[in-house]
Design a protein around this ligand. Structure first.
Ligand code: 400
Length: 286
């Protein structure tokens, strides 16, 4: 049922952003007027046989089959002689990390709602045995209603996995089992629980405004391997409790996603309790 797409079907609008490989543009499908985001990747930059080309194939294969309100949809893809085009959902409020930089850090109610949405998306991914592996503010977009959308599945894989492509970019979000060198008492294979660690790092960064292990490259490695972080005193005890239950060295001891969604800090800020609902009713609630 996937229709054949080609570039002539789209009116290209303003550039929306750019990633390591390629750019993304606002686009409108001519016949339907449907607004989307068109990600353009240059084949020349996806060196043949390197990890990147495989990553793009995996991104298409994985993201095309996902349907969740907090995961950016991929409607289709096509290519011409020089470029690969990914037709993506348009996220109307842009990149989460820009909001975080502008606000420096999020209030606890907003951070808790964002963490609940991420936990919901990750539960969906893990039920499909997909590990994202690159959960960080730079890969999260914000929809027109303020909801989070995980994007950029270039690093996602099917669990369990044995990493082959060398990591590059920030180490901040990587769990101990992924930063430890090969064969140091572990076969550097890992599973979905890497995303639990990243969710802990994300929670910390939402509340504090910087990543917990941010340091020089060498020190970041060491601090991650020891889960060596300090949580500032302005972070509430409930939020501190959740962070400490996710940033655990032993992957099997990290709080599972269903327990994250039931955590007191999440319940306190997300579930419209009896009281809140009654308050709405009293006010002739909408
Ligand atoms: C996450 C990086 C990744 N990006 C995507 O895939 C992307 C996919 C996708 N869908 N919708 C987007 N929306 C925006 O980028 C956007 C940016 C600014 C906006 N403004 C709203 C009004 N505000 C006042 C100013 C800002 C609105 C939407 C993006 S980015 C990527 C990876 C590789 C190559 C290109 C892009």
């Amino acid at each position: 049922q996937p229709r054949q797409f080609h570039l002539g079907m789209f009116e290209i609008g303003r550039p929306l952003g750019k990633g390591k490989f390629g750019r993304v543009y606002l686009a409108r499908e001519r016949s339907s007027g449907f607004i989307c985001a068109l990600k353009v990747l240059y084949k020349s930059e996806l060196q043949h046989g390197s990890g990147v080309e495989k990553q793009v194939r995996r991104e298409v294969e994985i993201q095309s089959n996902l349907r969740h309100p907090n995961i950016l949809k991929m409607y289709g893809h096509f290519h011409d002689s020089k470029r690969v085009f990914l037709i993506l959902e348009f996220a109307g409020r842009g990149e989460l990390y820009k909001h975080l930089r502008k606000e420096s850090r999020f209030p606890e109610w907003k951070a808790a709602q964002y963490v609940a949405q991420m936990a919901s998306a990750l539960r969906y991914l893990h039920r499909k045995h997909v590990i994202h592996r690159d959960i960080k503010p730079e890969n999260i977009l914000v929809g027109i209603h303020g909801e989070l959308k995980i994007s950029d599945f270039g690093w996602s894989v099917h669990a369990p996995n044995h990493r082959r492509t060398t990591l590059c970019g920030t180490l901040d979000y990587l769990p101990p089992e992924m930063v430890r060198p090969h064969g140091s008492g572990n076969d550097n294979s890992y599973d979905e629980k890497v995303d639990l660690w990243s969710l802990g790092v994300l929670t910390y960064e939402f509340l504090v405004g910087e990543a917990p292990f941010e340091d020089t490259m060498v020190m970041t490695h060491r601090r991650i391997a020891r889960a060596d972080m300090t949580i500032p005193s302005f972070v509430s005890p409930e939020a501190r409790d959740l962070i400490k239950k996710l940033l655990v060295l032993d992957p099997t001891k990290r709080l599972p996603l269903d327990a994250v969604q039931q955590h007191p800090w999440i319940i306190k800020h997300c579930v419209k309790g009896e009281r809140a609902t009654n308050r709405d009713k009293a006010k002739g609630g909408e």
